[in-house]
Design a binder for this molecule. Sequence first.
Ligand SMILES: [Zn+2]
Length: 237
Amino acid sequence: MQGRPRRAKRELSSEEIAERREETRERAVDSWVPSTRAGKMVKAGEITSIDDLFAKGLQVMEPEIVDVLLPGCQDKLIEFRKTARITRQGRSFSFRAAVLVGDKDSYIGLGTAKDKERYPAINKATRKAKMAIRKIRKGCGSWECRCRESHSVPFKVEGTSSSVRVMLMPAPKGTGLVVGENIKDVLRYVGIRDVWSKCRGNTASTLDFVAATVNALAATSNVKFSADMARKLEEKR
Ligand SMILES: [Zn+2]
């Protein structure tokens, strides 16, 4: 950064962005006037956990719900692009941001947004990621391990996004994340430590890889499949 003062002036550092987002979060929670039934219940303290919210069949229609119920939720800018569109007046620029949010345990969400300005694009994407938050199921589906801890995926799952396909497979303890560098953070954001993977698709697209991984993780809590697999996993023991 020291050696590139011009760039430093124009762009915010990741710490500055994180700080601004935290301030925004606090302000947002304080001044939040909920407009949905779920939001009103959360603000009134009638719902105190996100599991409780989903158990009641309610949805996250306001990002502040996540700010209140998952205060430890972290976010990461996955992709940030300046895009140009040719118009009669010349070129018109806008920014596209993709943000990943996760509580480092069992909730993850991905959001993308566009705006003419940098920070609003990131902010919008973060809000969308929070509204897209979903629960994933962890476990140890590994034959070599067979512990009962939640360090891996409970069974083989697959997710796609555009031409990218990501397959995640249970791995024994100590395996680590045997995945591409571009999706390691997705697994870290839900606290998965060991996993094997197979990936296919256009290697240039980080966003598609991240989205495919989020979709694969979401498949762990596909109710019908999980119940069936849970029974099978029980029988195995
Ligand atoms: Zn295990």
